[in-house]
Design a protein around this ligand. Structure first.
Ligand code: PLP
Ligand code: COI
Length: 341
């Protein structure tokens, strides 16, 4: 299929409407077959569950063009199972995991003209989401839902590509113990908007959230997990029940151990020990791995030895290996790459 006339290399992380998206409806206890539609609008009751009580969840993944010209998606089965976990926590019906992957395939197939070419640095971002669509006025779950997947071509999440970021330790909490931090619920992002706008106004790129109970442990940012590298090259990532189990982070920990032979640790990380790390990065589908150069904790500046000009050496190796796997330059572990065409 002929590609769209888009300046792929200069894309930011924004929404570009494409022609086709997937939609399926849940009613009377069952999902319908689902269809591809050209209708990019959603018409729902003024009293829909999503509008009144924020009953909405989402996912994010990317389709890439590989070096040999195939279009692939990275580990969509893990997005399917995480979305199922999100649905259960918000008392929504699970969209069957096999049907989720099928719908991803259909959405990419219908949008191949928007999959950026190999080497452009861009990708096709896929956004599956689900929301309560029927009227709900007492506080209770909706009985009707819509599941959709749209696609939009994107460039880097952070402006400036791979230039190290400056973060602020936020005074706001992202997620409560036993709350919803571990699922991808829209409400987790709504509550982060004031915090991120404030951080941007103060000149920071992102917030570092601490655990809400003690405010002593590193959690994550508004849209990515943390990875740290110790001075003796160990890769450390925070363990917490209130952060999103990032698919990128889980993949990177595997890559660090199995491809790069590094020691890896998933454990609680105290804010007090952050100053001792050699490198820091944010990882996620949108962020890929974005290096962090500086974190400001209420006046205390933590500057990583990797500096403000480029990624640290281990972060760079992790980045090269993960993107090498995603773009087909390196052999992927079994089941990681779903070939679409
Ligand atoms: N943490 C949060 C809060 C996120 O929104 C995301 C993005 O999906 C991530 C982490 C990274 O997760 P993943 O690597 O699965 O995209
Ligand atoms: C993703 O990485 O897919 C996300 O959903 C993060 C979001 C902040 C864009």
């Amino acid at each position: 299929m002929e590609k769209k006339n888009i300046d792929w290399s200069n894309l930011g992380f924004g929404y570009i409407q494409t022609e086709k998206r997937f939609v399926s409806n849940y009613k009377d206890g069952a999902w319908d077959e689902g269809v591809m539609t050209e209708d990019a609008t959603v018409v729902i009751s003024e009293c829909a569950g999503v509008l009144q009580y924020a009953q909405t969840i989402f996912e994010g993944m990317k389709a890439y063009t590989t070096e040999d010209g195939h279009i692939v998606v990275f580990r969509p089965d893990l997005n399917a199972s995480r979305m199922a976990d999100s649905a259960r926590r918000l008392q929504m019906p699970v969209f069957p995991e096999d049907k989720f992957v099928e719908a991803v395939v259909k959405t990419v197939e219908a949008n191949t003209a928007y999959v950026p070419p190999y080497g452009s640095g861009a990708s096709l971002y896929l956004r599956p989401y689900m929301f309560g669509s029927n009227p709900v006025i007492g506080v209770k779950p909706a009985t009707e839902y819509q599941f959709r997947i749209f696609a939009t071509p994107v460039g880097p999440y952070f402006k400036g590509g791979v230039k190290p970021l400056t973060l602020k330790v936020s005074d706001y909490d992202r997620a409560a113990p036993n709350g919803t931090g571990h699922i991808k619920a829209g409400l987790n992002y709504a509550m982060s908007l004031h915090a991120i706008v404030t951080a941007h106004e103060e000149g920071y790129d992102e917030n570092m959230y601490l655990d809400a109970a003690t405010r002593t442990k590193v959690e994550e940012t508004g849209g990515a997990n943390f990875l740290f590298v110790t001075k003796d090259n160990k890769v450390v990532t925070p363990k917490s029940d209130s952060i999103l189990p990032s698919i990128t982070r889980r993949s990177l920990m595997y890559v660090a151990k199995e491809y790069l032979g590094l020691e890896v640790e998933e454990r609680e990380v105290g804010i007090d020990e952050v100053k001792d790390f050699a490198e820091c990065g944010l990882c996620g589908t949108a962020a890929v791995i974005s290096p962090v150069g500086k974190i400001v904790n209420h006046g205390e500046e933590i500057c990583f030895p990797s500096g403000m000009e480029k990624m640290g050496p281990i972060t760079q190796k992790l980045y090269d290996t993960l993107t090498g796997i995603q773009m087909g330059r390196m052999e992927a572990p079994e089941g990681w790459i779903k070939v679409i065409c």
